[in-house]
Structures are given as structure tokens and as C-alpha cells.
Design a protein around this ligand. Structure first.
Ligand SMILES: [Zn+2]
Length: 412
């Protein structure tokens, strides 16, 4: 039997949550622990209570509404996303997933279904990175460490003062880990934030995984000389090596590692004057892949290319690694459940990788996880003009509902 969500109830919730931190241009500003964020979270728990659900807040400030299983000791299927936003963000990013999760719990309850696992709709703390980024989901997955807490993205002072203002402690946050044996999996609905589904005219995206990224700095060292008096054949021009490398990065990703992406996003030459041959060029490079082994190989190929370009142009080269996030493939069984749900609803679907990070990336490390994407109009996100057609929101919610019931039933 195919279940359907209550579109009107979901819509009125969506309008209500969009009012917290609403900006004049139709977006929202709800950074972590801002007044608007806290109000949205309190409202979410209130909506859960109003539906007769249990509510809880864990030591990482993750907010949950829970539909318990009849049997004591049953595992929990997590559903969720995040209510925080970037500054001047859109209304759909994160919030839609949290509200759809809540709607799934209400529908299962309304239908009187008895599932062998508990269902929990979670609003994860700080997905967008005001403090750390995916703080709440990292905490639940047990991948948060004191090292990460010691050098947070938003600065150490901000983290310390914000945790204390909220009555949270670092020990507490680290203790919010959930025992993987207590979890039946994690499903997240999110807007695509890219143009693939809209361009393909497809209703639903089944996420194959969240791609990993590696970034590094490449410095080409040449000789700064007078641009008028230095003959071309004796120059050691760092910008020429850099230019060859930029084209090489594109060629390697396109020809040798199809499906991956690699970008030189930043180039600076020194001394940076039109009448001096550049003595030094500093580039920042990033590459991404869904497969950890492929990401290693791509990284290696790019580093080797920097070396050969330097040699070809008589330059020295140094490479410094800046950071890496590991790819997080989703669970095949969960993907199939999402596809069965879409088929049952007569919705078209395709598989795609997520180029953006999500809470599911953290959860995938600890429990079978998957994501469903709904189309983003124009592929726009992290902007007030972010939009998903309501019909698409409802389609996604229905897929989440039927997949959650399917996964829950097979988890008994
Ligand atoms: Zn998001």
C-alpha cells in the first residue's frame, strides 16, 4: 500500500518555519544558536509535542521528535536534516528535510502502523558551519574529536563562548555518540542545490554518496626579472608554469578520471606587476571524487603534473596539503528502498552524487544511510532565491515516507 503525506499540514509547517529569521528578499538567516535558530528549534519540538510525539534534546543540542516502537529495546531509524542556515540563505536547505521527517512520523502514527523500530525526526546542530559544520551529526556518529573541537571553522573562541552560553560542554558534545547497534539507519531528504534533476526533467534524485574533497597549495618558484631587458629564452616565469598546470588539471580530471572534478580556484603571482617577470606563483587546487581510492590517485596525478610542468619551464615547485574530507557512499539497500518508493508513486528518478556536504555524510560512517534529493529551480542554493516547486517537495516527502516504512519493516 502506498502512503501519502498531508500536503496542507506540511505546507503550513513550512510557511511557519520560514518565518524564523525571514529576510525581506524571501530568504532566511538562521546561523547556529542565533535567536531565530533557537526559536525555530523550539517551535519544531512544540510541533512534535502537539502531534503526541516524544521529544528530546541530546548533549550536542540535536533536537528530536520520536515515535517509539511498541517493543522495548527496539532500534531507531533516524530521519532528519538541519534547521540552521547560512547568512542570507534559502528557506528550503535543511528545513525541508526536518519538516518532511516530522511529517513522516505523523503519517505513520495517523495510519496506525506498528513498526518494529522507533522513528526519530532529528534537527542536527550546526550543519552549515557557524561553529564547526555538521557538529551535531558528527557527534551522533562519534567522529567528532577533541582535535576537531580545538580548531573549529568558526574559531575556537566563538565555539567556547557559544557552547557555554547554551549550557553545553565539550565533554557533553563528545558523549552524544549513539551506539551503532541501537540504530537501524538514517534517511535524509534535501534539496539538490544543483541543476541536474531540473535539467533532466526528473522528479527524484537518489544520492549515490557524498563526494570527498582534497585540497592543496602548489607554489611554482622562478626568477623575478625586468620584463623589458630579460630575453624570453632565459626567463624562469612562474606564471607560465602555473598556466600550464591549470590546463593540466582540467585535462587530467576530464580525460583520465571521468566523473571527478578538479579546480584551480585561486592564483596569485609575485611580485604581481605588469613590468616584472613573475618569480613566484601560488595556486590553490581542489579535487573531488566519490571513491577514496580514486581520490588518492587523482591527487597523486595532479601532484605529479605540477612537478612535470615545473621541470618543463625551469621552475622549482612545492606542494602542501591543505585538507581532505573522505567520500561517503550511501547504502545500496536504502537506495533501493527509495527507488521502490518512487516507483510505487509513479515518480521518475535518477542516481546522482552529492557535491555538497550533508549530515548524511557523517551518519554514513556509523549506520546505513541514504538521501533523496528534490529538484532546485535553476540549481540555486545558499541564496534567498533558492526555490523548489511545492509539488516536488510533496513528491520527495512521499518517497521519504514510503521508503522509511519499507526500511523500518525490514529492520525488525
Ligand atoms: Zn543543507
Amino acid at each position: 500500500m502506498t502512503l501519502r503525506i498531508d500536503s496542507e499540514r506540511l505546507r503550513s509547517d513550512f510557511e511557519a518555519v520560514s518565518a524564523f529569521g525571514a529576510t525581506e528578499d524571501g530568504g532566511v538567516t538562521r546561523p547556529t544558536f542565533s535567536d531565530a535558530h533557537l526559536a525555530a528549534r523550539a517551535w519544531f519540538l512544540e510541533r512534535g509535542r502537539a502531534a503526541g510525539l516524544e521529544t528530546r534534546i541530546d548533549a550536542a543540542a540535536n533536537h528530536s521528535a520520536v515515535l517509539p516502537a511498541r517493543m522495548a529495546g527496539a532500534r531507531t531509524l533516524l530521519l532528519g536534516s538541519h534547521l540552521d542556515s547560512v547568512v542570507s540563505g534559502g528557506r528550503y536547505d535543511g528545513a525541508l528535510g526536518v519538516l518532511c521527517a516530522l511529517e513522516v512520523l505523523r503519517c505513520v502514527q495517523d495510519a496506525g502502523l506498528e513498526l518494529p523500530v522507533a522513528l526519530e525526526a532529528v534537527d542536527f546542530t550546526d550543519e552549515e558551519g557557524t561553529l564547526i559544520g555538521t557538529l551535531g551529526s558528527w557527534a551522533v556518529a562519534g567522529v567528532l574529536s577533541s582535535e576537531i573541537l580545538s580548531a573549529p571553522r568558526g574559531g575556537r573562541d566563538v565555539l567556547v563562548s557559544e557552547l557555554s552560553r547554551m549550557g553545553l560542554t565539550e565533554e557533553g558534545v563528545l558523549s552524544a555518540r549513539r551506539d551503532p547497534a541501537s540504530l537501524a539507519g538514517y534517511l535524509e531528504l534535501h534539496i539538490e542545490q544543483g541543476p541536474v534533476l531540473e535539467r533532466a526533467g526528473v522528479d527524484i534524485g537518489i544520492v549515490t554518496g557524498i563526494i570527498g574533497a582534497s585540497s592543496f597549495r602548489v607554489v611554482f618558484q622562478g626568477e623575478a626579472r625586468h620584463a623589458g631587458t630579460t630575453p624570453m629564452e632565459v626567463r624562469k616565469d612562474a606564471a607560465v608554469g602555473a598556466a600550464a598546470f591549470v590546463l593540466g588539471v582540467r585535462e587530467i580530471a576530464t580525460d583520465d578520471f571521468p566523473g571527478t572534478v578538479a579546480t584551480v580556484g585561486d592564483i596569485a603571482t609575485e611580485p604581481g606587476s605588469y613590468n616584472v617577470v613573475p618569480g613566484r606563483a601560488t595556486l590553490r587546487v581542489e579535487c573531488r571524487s566519490l571513491d577514496a581510492v580514486e581520490l588518492d590517485a587523482l591527487e597523486q596525478a595532479l601532484v605529479e603534473r605540477a612537478g612535470s610542468d615545473a621541470a618543463a619551464h625551469g621552475l622549482g615547485v612545492e606542494v602542501e596539503r591543505l585538507g581532505r574530507s573522505e567520500p561517503a557512499p550511501t547504502d545500496e539497500g536504502m537506495r533501493l528502498a527509495l527507488e521502490r518508493a518512487a516507483d510505487g508513486l509513479g515518480l521518475s528518478h535518477l542516481r546522482l552524487a552529492s557535491g555538497a556536504g550533508h549530515d548524511a555524510q557523517a551518519l554514513a560512517a556509523t549506520t546505513p544511510s541514504a538521501m533523496v534529493f528534490v529538484p532546485s529551480v535553476g540549481g540555486i542554493s545558499h541564496d534567498p532565491s533558492e526555490h523548489t516547486r511545492w509539488e516536488d517537495c510533496v513528491n520527495g516527502a512521499n518517497v521519504l515516507l514510503n521508503a522509511a516504512v519499507d526500511v523500518a519493516r525490514s529492520s525488525g
